[in-house]
Write a new protein. Structure first.
Ligand SMILES: *Cc1c(COP(=O)(O)O)cnc(C)c1O
Length: 820
């Protein structure tokens, strides 16, 4: 919170009813996450209710920590903690927004807000970078642009900031009003509008109008006039003295002309008074050019000089701003945050680090924060954070970072430059560590990351952890809040990488994990995964492992029951088991006629506790099997009742897989088993638009060749370019899991957004694509699976299903994880 505020004021602002007031207590920090408390007594903890958890559950432990002021829902039972202050409101999220609105009203410098479908984050970062040449800039960390993200961004504004840049994002109708009320932007930027997330709105028109309402009280609104749909709407609502439109056609407030020059472009902007400004920008692609034009026009509108804008642009790159988790050397885990220059961003990175599995040591490699303001104050806060997150070793690069030396004489090593750090750092000293590399872009920490990461070869599978969370929450919303979720992470979490995905699932608050074999479960336990784990097919030889690592086998036949029972008796141990009822799958499971035998086995073996009873659908994704699915459920209900009737305790009942959740939510029972949907494939086709793609399989071009008419390509001379052309060789083959059936035009990849079909046969480690007429070179990236490629469609082309494509991706393909 940037301005201290008394408890009394908080009560007034939120119109809450208060218990155990302490009116004069001053609050200067706000937390919604129990792990982020720095100064307990000065913190207001806001208990939010989300799909995954209720913040109120953490209150007892926060009271112990020393937090004294809580914002809670009306129905909160305060009897557990009597001597702290509870402010009760109907909706804590709304109360948080009211506090943010008040804090915003105290800030008298300009607030810029950005909305639109694409480019918000990049426009925010670039504008921040360019204005930061001259001014102390506050900006939303990463993409904190939602109903909760915006208030948190506002609390990050400090009184010394001279301008604030806040992103605003909405996903359904009605959300913008609250954002507008909080942000009250003086200057607006509308990037563009796409059809993404259309499902939350009546129409594209309705979505546009809702987004535009953010700017109803702004002094200026910047937009591109060449998007006719947007400009018509803006020009019918906003008076001309508010509009700052730019266009490649004449007649706008700014007319742009572009010319490609080398690796970049020359941009001339002509103002409506006919004055012109020339900029050199390091981009040639349409999207980056559009984004940078928004940024330049905004900086000019804010009164920044052309010279200083140009200086700022010279340093920009279309760099990756994402926070990424990568495999590091010697079993270390590396968090790559090499595009971070302020405290707000540092906090996000630290929080992300905290969610990772425990490792031997925690290492922080950090540059100067290029944040305007008093270094003493800034580094005092950095010190607090370092203490809180308990680092074992610190490496600092820059000048001001030496402030940390006094605080951490034992663990701090300082360097004047990144080059010096690289010269003196011996990567081999890291072993099984968790390493956070975070620094401002000018420090070029990419090189440090390169040095510390496990060699990444041509092909990588990038996993978007935010998309994973999005998909999880999507399914949670289809379910009753009480229903538990088991996430299936068999087969390396459908190819995504079992341990990191399981860790994320654990953080999201899922209840159970499911694996196929015991060794998959053992691997998760060895990496610190604590959730209960069900094993679908635990072989007899692995009973010992199940017991040692607390894995819960599925029991699927009388014979299996007997052998597990005698094993547990011989080893004097108890175990949790799950019972699979075969209602039509005919894979594993008890059949109806075996129920009596099963009941007597359960009765005779109290050392085996039935943790759950379940069945599995054979065709929940296909309408033609609807009747069959309903019959399966009817039989399941009879079978599970039979077993339940003889038990003195109540195991969990579950049946639904991803398709089942979409189609038969009435059969959710106590738990569901979520698989492919979490990984972004909605097999029923019902909610396809609602899910986000979580994985992008990428490779690089190794070589480009020009071919004469009639020359053939690859083994067996299957590929031919009849009229000649150009091919590119990719570092991807069937040994990476790229199916050989994609040969000869069945498959394609995307290069610079264009489809390049596979030509010839896919080889073991390579394949060739037709890039005739495309501007490509060695080193360019090719997208194999990802957002713009439908896995379902690709799978159909070769007669398989998305499950197979995902799980086939070989372990030699490196997995990296990021937050977007
Ligand atoms: C794999 C599996 C699931 C998950 O199925 P999806 O279709 O991927 O959601 C659920 N239950 C069982 C028993 C499974 O084997």
């Amino acid at each position: 919170m940037f301005q201290e505020i008394s408890q009394k004021q908080i009560v007034e602002l939120t119109k809450g009813s208060v218990l155990n007031r302490h009116d004069e207590l001053m609050i200067s920090q706000l937390a919604i996450d129990s792990r982020q408390i720095l100064h307990p007594s000065k913190t207001l903890f806001v208990a939010l209710r989300g799909a995954k958890a209720d913040g109120a559950d953490f209150i007892p432990q926060l009271v112990k920590l020393g937090v004294q002021t809580f914002l809670v829902h009306d129905d909160f039972d305060e009897s557990t903690a009597l001597d702290v202050c509870f402010i009760k409101v109907a909706d804590t999220r709304r109360a948080l927004q009211l506090l943010a609105k008040y804090q915003r009203s105290l800030f008298t410098n300009p607030v810029v807000s950005i909305t639109g479908s694409n480019g918000k984050t990049i426009v925010k970062e670039w504008l921040g970078e360019i204005l930061g040449q001259k001014y102390a800039v506050a900006k939303s960390p990463k993409s904190y642009n939602s109903q909760v993200g915006v208030p948190l961004s506002i609390f990050g504004i400090e009184s010394y900031h001279q301008v604030a840049i806040l992103e605003a994002g909405i996903s359904k109708a009605g959300e913008m009003a609250a954002l507008e009320e909080m942000i009250q932007p003086n200057l607006g930027i509308f990037t563009n509008i796409g059809t993404a997330h259309q499902e939350g709105f009546e129409s594209l028109e309705a979505k546009l109008q809702e987004k535009l309402s953010l700017f109803k009280d702004s002094n200026f609104l910047i937009y591109c006039r060449d998007h006719d749909f947007i400009s018509e709407a803006i020009e019918s609502v906003f008076p001309s003295d508010k509009r700052v439109g730019w266009s490649d056609r004449a007649g706008a407030e700014f007319t742009r002309s572009l010319k490609v020059k080398g690796n970049g472009s020359r941009m001339i902007l002509m103002n409506s008074d006919l004055s012109t400004h020339t900029f050199h920008v390091p981009f040639t692609d349409v999207a980056s050019l559009e984004n940078i034009t928004h940024v330049i026009v905004a900086a000019i509108t804010l009164g920044q000089s052309v010279g200083s804008i140009q200086e700022g642009i010279a340093h920009l790159k279309s760099v990756d701003m994402r926070l990424t988790l990568k495999p590091g050397i010697n079993d270390s885990l590396l968090i790559d945050d090499t595009y971070n220059n302020d405290l707000a961003g540092l906090k996000v990175a630290l929080d992300f680090m905290q969610q990772q599995r425990p490792k031997r040591r925690k290492i922080l490699i950090l540059s100067d924060l290029l944040q305007q303001g008093s270094p003493e104050k800034i580094y005092a806060e950095v010190s607090e954070l370092i203490k809180k997150y308990r680092f074992d070793q610190l490496y600092g690069v820059g000048k001001e970072i030496f402030f940390l030396e006094k605080e951490f004489p034992e663990s701090f090593t300082g360097f004047n430059s990144t080059l010096e750090l690289l010269a003196k750092l011996d990567p081999e000293t890291f072993q099984n560590d968790l390493i956070l590399v975070t620094g401002a872009r000018v420090f070029g920490f990419e090189e440090v990351v390169n040095r510390l990461q496990q060699r990444i070869h041509g092909t990588t599978l990038e996993i978007n952890l935010n998309a994973l969370t999005h998909n999880y929450n999507f399914y949670k919303k289809l379910l009753s809040p009480k229903t538990k979720v088991m996430v299936m992470v068999k087969a390396l979490a459908y190819g995504g990488g079992a341990v990191e995905i399981a860790n994320q699932i654990q953080t999201m608050g899922a209840d159970y994990l499911g694996v196929a074999f015991s060794d998959e479960g053992v691997a998760l336990r060895k990496q610190g995964i604590k959730l209960p784990i069900m094993v679908l097919n635990a072989m007899q030889e692995s009973f010992g492992l199940c017991s040692e690592f607390n894995l819960e086998p599925v029991v699927f036949s009388p014979e299996y029951f007997e052998s597990l029972a005698s094993w547990s008796i011989i080893h004097h141990t108890t175990m949790k088991i799950h019972l699979d009822m075969d209602t039509g799958m005919h894979r594993l499971g008890f059949e109806k006629k075996q129920i009596e035998v099963l009941k007597s086995l359960i009765k005779a073996n109290p050392q085996l506790e039935v943790a759950s009873i379940y069945t599995h659908f054979v065709g929940a994704d296909e309408e033609i099997h609807r009747e069959f699915s309903l019959t399966q459920m009817k039989n399941f209900i009879v079978m599970k009742e039979e077993v339940l009737s003889m038990l003195s305790y109540r195991p969990l009942i579950h049946a639904l897989n991803s398709a089942g959740i979409s189609t038969f939510p009435q059969f959710q029972f106590d738990m569901v088993r979520l698989g492919i949907g979490l990984y972004g494939v909605e097999v029923t086709g019902k909610f396809e638009q609602a899910l986000r793609t979580i994985g992008t399989l990428k490779t690089t071009i190794s070589q480009v060749k020009e071919l004469e008419p009639g020359e053939t390509i690859g083994y067996s001379r299957k590929g031919v370019l009849a009229t000649g052309g150009k091919i590119a060789t990719l570092a991807l083959g069937y040994a990476d899991g790229y199916d050989r059936r994609f040969s000869n035009g069945k498959g394609y990849v995307l290069i610079h957004g264009k489809q390049a079909p596979i030509i010839g046969n896919v080889c073991m480690d390579m394949c060739m694509v037709d890039v005739s007429g495309m501007d490509v070179k060695a080193g360019d990236e090719a997208i194999v699976y990802g957002e713009k490629i439908s896995l379902k469609e690709l799978a159909e082309r070769i007669g398989t299903i998305p499950y197979e494509l995902l799980t086939n991706i070989s372990t030699r393909v490196k997995r990296v994880y990021y937050l977007d």
